[in-house]
Design a protein around this ligand. Sequence first.
Ligand SMILES: *[C@@H]1O[C@H](CO)[C@@H](O)[C@H](O)[C@H]1NC(C)=O
Ligand SMILES: [Zn+2]
Length: 210
Amino acid sequence: MKSFNFLVFTVYVFILFVQPENVFGLPNFWANVNTAKPNIISRNGWQARPANGHELLKVTPTPYVVVHHGGSQQYCYNRNTCSQIVRSYQNYHMSNNGWADIGYNFIIGEDGNVYEGRGWKYVGTHTPGYNANSIGICIIGDFTNRLPNEAALKALNALIGYGVSKGSINHSYHVVAHRQVTSTACPGTKLYEYVKKLPRWTNNPKKSNV
Ligand SMILES: *[C@@H]1O[C@H](CO)[C@@H](O)[C@H](O)[C@H]1NC(C)=O
Ligand SMILES: [Zn+2]
């Protein structure tokens, strides 16, 4: 009995610290937990208007990810309300700004869902000089005075990880905040502080010349 307990303990310690997948080349269970696939709501799923045209991204996989916030104090915690806000962004971008579609490649709500904007293939209208070589991701809300909740931040990291794993974002990508490259408060001071702590953040982004 004693030796059985010892065996259980040994296996436990082995799994905890040695991580046998590194030893035996097994799939990394913990890595999968950390890079959970994001839940992406398709355009149909949030009742998007059809786009008035598309242009393919010029540099793929994209070397940049640009983080934005919505910039208005409208927040959402369920799919219905988030979809409604995403539609309002799209209406504003198309009807007021005259853009072909919602500006961002993806939009994230504090419901933890990712809403498909222009998606992985098409150029967005979100960051002059970086539209052709980045995936622009917007978190719904104003993050001047507070961070997005954990669900939204988890979705952001999962979306970037998924983009890398499917070959849409370059594995050596850099992440920047909108305000680093355009005169804007976006994505808000609190979210900017968070972005600066991400492992792939750069303080020296290079504009696309295409
Ligand atoms: C990813 O970026 C690196 C560094 O800029 C570059 O050398 C590489 O060719 C890129 N990968 C692809 C598949 O374009
Ligand atoms: Zn922005």
